[in-house]
Structure formats: structure tokens, C-alpha cells
Design a binder for this molecule. Sequence first.
Ligand SMILES: CC(C)(COP(=O)(O)OP(=O)(O)OC[C@H]1O[C@@H](n2cnc3c(N)ncnc32)[C@H](O)[C@@H]1OP(=O)(O)O)[C@@H](O)C(=O)NCCC(=O)NCCS
Length: 147
Amino acid sequence: MADIVVRRIDINDKIYQQVYDLREAILRKPIGLSLKDENLSADAFNTIFIAEHQGMVVGCVMLYPIADEEKIKLRQMAVYDEWQGKGIGKQLVDAAEHYAKEMGYSAIILHARTVAEGFYKNLGYYTTSSEFTEVGIPHVVMEKDIF
Ligand SMILES: CC(C)(COP(=O)(O)OP(=O)(O)OC[C@H]1O[C@@H](n2cnc3c(N)ncnc32)[C@H](O)[C@@H]1OP(=O)(O)O)[C@@H](O)C(=O)NCCC(=O)NCCS
């Protein structure tokens, strides 16, 4: 998509505040929660991918190493409402998958909100669990082999 740049940052990048604001606005506020009430110390170990339009972060996703050295966890996938449906989410997941593959991982695992299950299914992820509740809303575990 024109004028959208997808790139990788870490938590020390000055643009990270915009990622925090996006996560708060899209992933927490609509369900009555706030990142302010969470322990975000593990965020420092995440690799963050942003979609940027003219210096403004419009989408993000994060990769978080878990105990399994074959798999990495994709989390905090969010695109601002007015930017949804334009292929930005797909571009972010593609970038994360490409990087994970480069890092030697063979699969990506994630906890999908059931409302977003179709989005991930469309990108080749398959559901590996029954529904469970996380941050007060229904989720399923999904996975994709990337080797
Ligand atoms: C889910 C989300 C990240 C998708 O991002 P997006 O930029 O709107 O998605 P894209 O435009 O890249 O969509 C890619 C494809 O998935 C489809 N898709 C997007 N959202 C979908 C959904 N919720 N259910 C089913 N299919 C979906 C699109 O139609 C598109 O299909 P196409 O390639 O056949 O045209 C975004 O809607 C969002 O931020 N939602 C609110 C937060 C959220 O639920 N995050 C996920 C937490 S697990």
C-alpha cells in the first residue's frame, strides 16, 4: 500500500510511545482495560514491527520469545480503526514471519481473539485449542509453520 512503511524497532526507539498509545487505544480501551494496570517489563524482550504513515504509527505487532526454542509468539497485533481492511495487518504479520524465519524459528504461535481468528486463518494459521478467556474475552491458540 502506498505511503506505508513497515519496519522493525525495539522498545528504546523514540517512536515506541506511539506503539504504546496504539495498543492502549485498540487492544485495551475498547474492553475497559488499560496497559497502565499491567506489568510490561517483559516488553523489553519483544521485537516490535510497526506500520508507519508519514511518521505516524498506524499498526503494530510484537514477537516474544517463549520457552520453546522452535516457536516464537506473535502478540499485540493492532491497526487503528480507520486503517483497517487495507492490508496493513497482513503486511505486519508477513514482516514478523520473515524475521522469525531469519532468526531460525520454525513456527509462530499466538493467542487470537476469536473475532480475529478469520484474519489469521486467512494468513495460514490453524487453531490448536478450544476457546479460553484472556483479558476477559474469548481467545483460541493458533499456530503456523514457517520453515
Ligand atoms: C485484526 C486486525 C489486526 C486486522 O488488520 P487489518 O489491517 O484490518 O487486516 P488486513 O487488511 O491486512 O486483512 C488481511 C485479510 O484478512 C481479512 N480480515 C481482516 N480482519 C479480519 C477479521 N477480523 N476476520 C476475518 N477476516 C479478516 C481481510 O478481509 C483481508 O482479506 P483479503 O486478503 O482476502 O482481502 C485489525 O482489524 C485490528 O487491529 N483489529 C482490532 C484489534 C484486534 O482484534 N487485534 C487482534 C488481536 S488477536
